[in-house]
Design a protein around this ligand. Sequence first.
Ligand code: URA
Length: 209
Amino acid sequence: MGKVHVLDHPLIQHKLTYIRDKDTGTKEFRELVDEVAMLMAFEITRNLPLQEKTINTPVMEAQTKVLAGKKIGLIPILRAGLGMVDGMLKLIPAARVGHVGLYRDPETLKPVEYYIKLPKDIEERELIVIDPMLATGGSANDTIHSLKKRGAKQIRLMCLVAAPEGVEVIKEEHPDVDIYLAALDDKLDDHGYIVPGLGDAGDRLFGTK
Ligand code: URA
């Protein structure tokens, strides 16, 4: 079963409080999401493999370590996922970025991908699907299915805030996918908003409300 990791670093929790605050304006909201994404990237990359490297310091030859070059792909779900990409790229600048945009057909209720552009070698990459809000889990679930259908083998999901309902969907449908969160909230309200949540992440990031 996929594990749920709530990243409780004090800086993440502090910044998340101001992200949630309704009086935080667009500029500050965007900056804080960027900073939290960077901090989450720090935590999520904790287990990246290292390899030995011999270098010369000004003092002597030394056996040191560098990243073993694991290939990473960031997959933001449009549009709110975009708000977390730059922060993550600050720490993992060589990561490739794929984009997924989808909506649910109101009649068939089937997911419709209106945009998908992925790195060619997704089957070799560790993919991190990014969506700030894991609400019903519908978009993340559909995205992960879509990536698997295209050959992805290693997938993790990173969100700022999740509702238990969304977490259950991902655990059920994708027991191989670990979930990384800054907070696990109480529930969804009747309009599908996470409670207490932070409102509409896309609108707050892009100032569209
Ligand atoms: N999407 C959002 O942006 N916010 C929510 O609370 C739920 C889904």
